[in-house]
Design a binder for this molecule. Sequence first.
Ligand code: 2M8
Length: 422
Amino acid sequence: PTTIAEPSAEEAGIRRRAIRVLLANWTGAYTVPSRTLYPHQWSWDSAFIAIGTARWSPRRARTELLTLFGGQWRDGRVPHIVFNPAVPEDAYFPGPAFWRATAPSGARTSGIVQPPVHALAAWRVHLAEPDRAFLYRIYPRLEAQHRFLRTSRRMSGSELASIVHPWESGMDNSPVWDAPLAKVPAPPMRERRRDLAHVAAGERPTDRDYARYTAIAAAYRDAGYTGRTDFVVEDPLFNALYGAAEAALARIAAVVDADPAPHLRRAEEITQAMLERLWDPSGGIFRARDVRTGEMLPEDSVAGLVPLILPGLPADVADRLVATAVARFGLKDGTLLPSYPPGGAAFEPARYWRGPSWLNTSWLVLEGLRAADPGLAPRLGAQLLRAVHEAGFREYFNPFTGEGHGCDDFGWSAALALDVLA
Ligand code: 2M8
């Protein structure tokens, strides 16, 4: 007979509180990342949130994803924000008046994208509660999302997708972007930042960062949201998800009577291109490449470990990544997985994507470790749960002390804790 382990009181408490956060952030059709700091629907947040929500309400998880794809553009792009028309313009900067974009559904949106976690999320939602009708609805939209990346974002000639704004990486002010951003001319911005009304300035990007984010986004907007910007890079996290998503699309295709073969072929091609263009054999990590100069960027981050989730990654590369995670990111030390190596010159333990631990990148590495190092995976899972147990569902955490930073009641922190518990 199989013994089913009873959840501990601690685990039951985390689960109860996580569901409470997701209920509080639920708008009726999707979940906001945060009621205060991020009061609209964010693209990759919704994918992570759907993965966790599937653990207690698969129906809501399906709605979450379908609502997001309601903001999809005719060219297939899934915008990084779908705005809630009921929220005042001045609640978030840059809001709909800045982006000036409307999807065919009438939804006001931004015009840039975020890492494509969505096919993976759709597949996980289906696994939680098989629903072919849902997959039939979402598959053509996922395919269109990938077609956009393939046609409009293949900017170096390789199979990899380029991003044209640091916000598209999801790791906005990562030290990896310092070098390419330093070359972007940006006048001081005239608009008022709203994030600083909710979170201390020392935990957020600087004004200089924001001036550049605004300048790049405005130039892309003024070019009709096509072509290159002053920031064009191939990012390992974005492309690892792109490859993993193609593998998920193959699984979905098999259920909806479509042909999985092209997806499997593309997943392979992406893995191959990652190895050729972004793998740094001397560093034992994947690094981003600046498409404008053709050079690899000098800094690296946890994004370079996320390719552990890539289908068909050679075992020796996976072993090197695990070794790097242990040696440079302290994976074995009982600390959380930082977003940037603590030994690096730019490390700041409480400033946004420049050091703190985030649950989404930790969860992605955890997913990769399940195959690459099954012994280490539960350890990282336990650290992640300890962080939310002790500090709550904060946006990010000091990797050494576990202290919480950024906003409270953060959607994907609650959702991914639920997934780890399951
Ligand atoms: C952060 O990014 C937004 C811009 O998209 C912001 O700072 O206002 C990032 O952490 C991003 O990865 C995340 O999706 C978003 C919402 O949680 O916040």
